[in-house]
Design a protein around this ligand. Structure first.
Ligand code: NAD
Length: 484
C-alpha cells in the first residue's frame, strides 16, 4: 500500500502503533482502492498522547514567542517546499482534484503556520493605570493541552488552522483527524518536529468519534476545537461544558447567496460555481441556497448550465481535472438521497442529478431550480454538489428568507448597488459574509459561524483569544485600607 504510514499515531515526536485498536481502512475515492490500513487509538494510546502533550507544555510555553514563532515559520517553509508531495497525498486521502489541493490545502496550512508564527513574538498583556499609583497588568497565558478534532474535507488545513494558533500561544495539542482522512495530519506532525518543535508539542491520534469523545472529557485537556457537523458539535460542546473547558466550534451550514438583477451575471455564476461545486460541494461555508431575482432567473440558469457543461470530471491526479469524486461512498449516497428528495418534493432538476458509473464515488454537479423555502434540499446541509436555486422579488423579502435557518456560517450577495450590498450584509445572520465574491478564507480574516454553525472564530488575531487567557495582576503602591 503506497500510502501506508510508518504507524497510525504520532506521539512525543515519533510514530506509535497499537494494533489492538479497531482497523481503519483508508480508501482512495477515485478508485475505491484501499491505500492504507490504520488502527483507531486504544485507551493506552490516548493516555500516552495526553501525557506527552501535558509533559511538553510548560517548557514550550516558557520559550520566548520569537523562538516558538521561528519553529512555526520553519514548518511553513517545509510545507511549501513539499507542497506537491503533500497535495498528492491529500488528493488520495480526499479525492479532491490535484488542481485544488496544490493551491488550497498544504498551502493554506502553511499560511496559518506562517501567520501565527509571525504573531508569536508580539503576544502580550496590558498595563492598566488605576490612579493613585495603583495599576493592573495582565499576563496572556496558554490554556494547556488543547484537543483538535477534524472533518474530512480539508484535513491538512484543519490540522494547521487548529495547531498553529494553539502552539503560538504556548499550548500543546493532541489532534484527532477524521477517520475518513487520517493521513495528512501525520505529515503536519512530522514537519513540526523537523522544524524544531520539541517532542510532544503536536501529537496525532487516529480514531472514530469515540476516541474524540474520550479526549474531550479527560482532565488533562483545557480546550477543544472541533470542525464537524452540528449534531457532533452539540455532543462535543456538552461534554466540554461538563469540565468547563474552552471550545471553538466550526460546524455546518446552509448558507444563502443572493443575486440581484443588477449583478454582473458572469461573476455571480462564478460565485455560485465556487460556492457549490469546489471540492465536489464538500465545503462547510457553501452558498447552497442561491436566491436569484426573478428577472434574471432564466439567464442565470442558462449560463450556469453552459459553464457546468465545461467542468472536467475525472481522474483527480490529472491536473486538468477540476471536479473529482465524493470523499466516500457513504457521502455520495447521502447526496444522491437528497437529489431524490428534491425531485420528489417538486423541485425542477436543471442540471446533473446522476451518479457517474465506475468504481470511484463520482456524481454529477447538480442544480435544482424552482426550489421553495420549505423543501428538504433548501433546509438541510447536504455537503455535496447540489445547488438549490430559489426565486425572489424584493430585498426585504429575500433577507428574511435568507436568515430563516438555524445555521449562520456564511452568506453572500451579488449586486452593483453599493449601499444595498452593505445593507444586506448588515442584515445577514452569519459569521462570514461576502460581497460580489464567495468562499474565500484568508488566514488574516476571522472565519466562523453564528447561530447553530459555531462558537468562536478561527484565523486572524481573534484566534489568539480562543487559545489563551488573561491573568489579571492588581499591584498596590499604597497602604492597604481595611474597615477594622
Ligand atoms: P462529523 O461531525 O461527522 O465528524 C467530525 C469529527 O468529529 C470527526 O473527526 C469525528 O470522528 C469526530 N466525532 C464524531 N463524533 C464525536 C464525538 N461524540 N465526540 C468527539 N468527536 C466526535 O463531520 P464530518 O462528516 O467529518 O464533516 C462534515 C461536517 O463538518 C459538515 O457538517 C461540515 O459543514 C462541517 N465542517 C465545518 C467547517 C467549518 O469550518 N465550519 C469546515 C469543514 C467541515
Amino acid at each position: 500500500m503506497k500510502f501506508q504510514p510508518t504507524a497510525s499515531h504520532f506521539i512525543n515526536g515519533e510514530y506509535v502503533e497499537d494494533t489492538a485498536g479497531e482497523q481503519i481502512d483508508v480508501i482512495y475515492p477515485a478508485t475505491g482502492e484501499v491505500i492504507a490500513k490504520l488502527h483507531s487509538a486504544t485507551p493506552a494510546i490516548i493516555d500516552q498522547a495526553l501525557n506527552a502533550a501535558k509533559a511538553a507544555q510548560a517548557e514550550w510555553a516558557a520559550m520566548s514567542g520569537t523562538e516558538r514563532g521561528r519553529v512555526l515559520r520553519r514548518a511553513a517553509d517545509i510545507m511549501r517546499e513539499r507542497n506537491r508531495e503533500l497535495s498528492i497525498l491529500e488528493t488520495h486521502d480526499t479525492g479532491k482534484p490535484l488542481q485544488e489541493t496544490l493551491v488550497a490545502d498544504a498551502t493554506s496550512g502553511a499560511d496559518a503556520l506562517e501567520y501565527f508564527g509571525g504573531l508569536a513574538a508580539s503576544l502580550t498583556g496590558e498595563h492598566i493605570p488605576l490612579g493613585g499609583g495603583d495599576f493592573v497588568y495582565t499576563i496572556r497565558e496558554a490554556l494547556g493541552v488543547c484537543v483538535g478534532i477534524g472533518a474530512w474535507n480539508y484535513p491538512t488545513q484543519i490540522a494547521c488552522w487548529k495547531g498553529a494558533p494553539a502552539l503560538t500561544c504556548g499550548n500543546t495539542m493532541v489532534f484527532k483527524p477524521s477517520e475518513t482522512t487520517p493521513l495528512s495530519a501525520l505529515k503536519v506532525a512530522e514537519i513540526l518536529i523537523e522544524a524544531g518543535a520539541p517532542k510532544g508539542v503536536y501529537n496525532v491520534v487516529q480514531g472514530y468519534g469515540n476516541v474524540g469523545a474520550s479526549l474531550i472529557t479527560d482532565d488533562r485537556v483545557a480546550k477543544v476545537s472541533l470542525t464537524g457537523s452540528v449534531p457532533t458539535g452539540r455532543k462535543v460542546y456538552a461534554a466540554a461544558a461538563d469540565g468547563m473547558k474552552h471550545v471553538t466550534m466550526e460546524l455546518g451550514g446552509k448558507s444563502p447567496m443572493i443575486v440581484f438583477d443588477d449583478a454582473d451575471i458572469e461573476n455571480a455564476v462564478s460565485g455560485a460555481i465556487l460556492g457549490n461545486f469546489y471540492s465536489s460541494g464538500q465545503v462547510c461555508s457553501n452558498g447552497t441556497r442561491v436566491f436569484v431575482q426573478k428577472g434574471i432567473k432564466e439567464v442565470f440558469l442558462n449560463r450556469l448550465s453552459e459553464r457546468l457543461a465545461t467542468a472536467k470530471i475525472g481522474d483527480p491526479l490529472d491536473e486538468d481535472v477540476n471536479f473529482g469524486p465524493m470523499v466516500s461512498e457513504n457521502q455520495m449516497n447521502i447526496a444522491l438521497g437528497y437529489i431524490e428528495k428534491g425531485k420528489a418534493e417538486g423541485a425542477r432538476l436543471v442540471y446533473g442529478g446522476e451518479r457517474i458509473d465506475g468504481d470511484g464515488f463520482y456524481m454529477q454537479p447538480t442544480v435544482f431550480a424552482d426550489v421553495t423555502d420549505d423543501m428538504t434540499i433548501a433546509r438541510e446541509e447536504i455537503f455535496g454538489p447540489v445547488m438549490s436555486v430559489l426565486d425572489f422579488d424584493t430585498e426585504e423579502e429575500v433577507l428574511t428568507r435568507a436568515n430563516d435557518t438555524e445555521f449562520g456560517l456564511a452568506a453572500g450577495v451579488f449586486t452593483n448597488d453599493l449601499t444595498r450590498a452593505h445593507r444586506i450584509v448588515a442584515g445577514f445572520e452569519a459569521g462570514t459574509c461576502y460581497i460580489n465574491t464567495y468562499n474565500l478564507a484568508p488566514v488574516e480574516a476571522p472565519f466562523g459561524g453564528s447561530k447553530m454553525s459555531g462558537v468562536g472564530r478561527e484565523n486572524s488575531k481573534l484566534a489568539i483569544n480562543h487559545f489563551s487567557e488573561m491573568k489579571t495582576v492588581y499591584v498596590s503602591m499604597n497602604d492597604v485600607e481595611a474597615p477594622y
